[in-house]
Design a protein around this ligand. Structure first.
Ligand code: FAD
Length: 471
């Protein structure tokens, strides 16, 4: 069976890698990977600047999600995995121009420790009393999807939406709490509310249960985030080294796609090619356009997935230039503070491997759903803005020894209300249309591990189809 993979980001590359594995196990599959750009990896991209590793897109992945770790083990690069330096994991929130550490016991915006919550300057007394009252929240069946902001406001009030939910979600999704679906991005919160009513009580119960399991199993805590010594690019390079070079077509944009004789006809600038099956690993809008004449509902559902754009700007300093900065991983900035920056990571603290002891890397994140216009700024304007805001917030005034700006146009899928229903309908259509699969960050999770999972599942589906056709 000849399979076309459209898109060479981590999702498409994972599909190609797992098709290679299936071939090695005897599945009758061949593939061609089409990538419109001149390089593979999509938004996953690392630069070597002097003796520092600088990440353009993702800088790490969640350790607890297994697919990236598994892939690294299969690729033989597990020894190069590094964990985040969690002993120094303090994250600050900018409140009225001052950096306030997130209080101990805060579990993704849900407080679980009384004294740190009572003492923090992050919340007003009104919010603290509301948090105490939240313990009495009755269980509530959730019939309709709502936004994260709506749910968090019901439990803890609007200040927690502004100071925690929004900044945390802009860090992960480049989106805001008022437009992301709680069922899609925080399904555990929905479950907790249904079972316990109070999110605080549910978190405490979950933590107790988990501690008992971990104790019984002699579990050693793992770092929250993992990355690779050589940067995230190392994963891309290791995958590419295991693919068949003749089956990769760079600088080849797929222009259109049509069903023909039970298979698919793809059009590129070079002409028309026939395939038995297709795996889409592009942003949903690209798949939507190409599938318009094939299935109107599928195309419509794909076309409704919104994306946000972002910029990352990394500045290199001497370590001594940052003496005035408070120790920790960095800080998040609520929109209400009026800055253009949304978050800053002190990379040399989070991943000391990224820079030598005398150097510091400061990575700033701008854009997101609330500021798409940021892409219109020139690199010089981005740099000037970032340096101005860094000076205001942290007091850094030194001249950086390098600045690098990366732009990501409509790269982060937004899981808005109704997303899960759309994804379910897409899944139903794909069950009917067996020789079409979909992978990508809009499908089963935005992070790198979930993208790998979608590529792997698409490859396994196609291999099973090829085996069945041969039998
Ligand atoms: C700034 C930023 C920071 C992030 N940080 C993290 C993080 O720290 N941890 C984490 O887990 N995740 C993070 N993410 C999310 C994660 O990196 C992405 O969701 C993931 O890398 C997306 O991979 P993908 O292959 O699905 O899509 P992409 O990387 O977007 O790849 C899609 C590919 O399809 C190609 N393409 C498009 N149209 C066509 C066509 N017609 N023909 C051929 N090719 C086409 C594109 O050129 C592109 O290469 C971050 C994302 C961004 C943007």
């Amino acid at each position: 069976m000849r399979i076309a993979i459209i898109g060479g980001g981590i999702s498409g590359l994972s599909a190609a890698y797992y098709l290679e594995q299936e071939r090695a196990k005897g599945a009758p599959v061949e593939y061609t990977l089409f990538e419109s750009e001149g390089r593979l990896g999509g938004v996953m991209f690392s630069d070597q600047i002097g003796d520092c590793v600088v990440e353009g897109g993702p800088d790490s992945f969640l350790t607890e999600k297994p697919w990236a770790n598994q892939l690294c083990a299969e690729l033989g690069i597990a020894d190069d995995l590094i964990g985040s330096n969690d002993s120094q994991r303090v994250t600050y929130i900018l409140v009225k121009g001052r950096l306030v550490p997130m209080p101990d016991g805060l579990m993704f915006m849900v407080p679980t420790k009384l004294i740190p919550t009572a003492l923090t300057r992050l919340f007003s007394w009104g919010t603290k009393f509301k948090m105490l009252g939240e313990l009495l929240h009755p269980p509530r069946p959730v019939h309709k999807d709502e936004t994260v902001a709506q749910m968090v406001e019901r439990h803890f009030g609007s200040e927690v939406v502004d100071r925690l939910a929004d900044p945390l979600l802009s860090g992960v999704y480049g989106g805001d709490a008022a437009s992301l679906s709680v069922r899609a991005v925080l399904p555990k919160f929905v479950e907790m509310e249904e079972n316990y009513g109070s999110l605080c009580r549910a978190m405490l119960a979950g933590r107790k249960k988990m501690a008992a399991i971990q104790k019984a199993k002699g579990y050693k805590p793992k770092p929250l985030f993992s990355s690779l010594k050589g940067g995230m690019q190392q994963m891309i390079d290791a995958i590419v080294a295991r693919l068949t070079p003749a089956w990769i077509k760079l600088n080849t944009n797929i222009e259109s796609l049509h069903q023909k004789d039970g298979g698919w006809e793809l059009t590129t600038a070079a002409g028309v090619e026939q395939y038995d099956a297709v795996i889409f690993a592009t942003p949903a809008r690209v798949a939507s356009l190409m599938l318009k004449s094939t299935d109107a509902q599928l195309s419509d559902d794909l076309g409704r997935v919104e994306y946000s754009s972002s910029i990352t700007c990394t500045l290199g300093y001497k370590r001594d230039d940052l003496k005035m900065c408070q120790p920790g991983f960095g800080f998040l900035i609520p929109r209400s503070e009026g800055t253009r920056m949304l978050a800053t990571t002190f990379v040399h603290t989070k991943f000391p491997f990224r820079a030598p002891d005398d150097k510091a890397l400061v990575r700033c994140f701008l854009g997101g759903a609330g500021d798409q216009a940021v892409l219109k700024l020139t690199d010089e304007e981005v740099t000037a803005q970032v340096r101005k805001e860094l000076k205001q917030i942290t007091g850094i005034t030194a001249e950086p020894w390098f600045v690098k700006v990366y732009r990501w146009d409509r790269a982060m899928a937004q899981y808005t209300p109704g997303h899960l229903e759309r994804i379910e309908r897409i899944g139903e259509t794909l069950k009917r249309m067996q020789n079409l699969s979909i992978a990508g960050n809009f499908y089963k999770g935005i992070g790198v591990p979930d993208c790998i999972r979608t590529g792997k599942e698409a490859a396994e589906h196609m291999a099973a189809l090829a085996r069945a056709a041969k039998a």
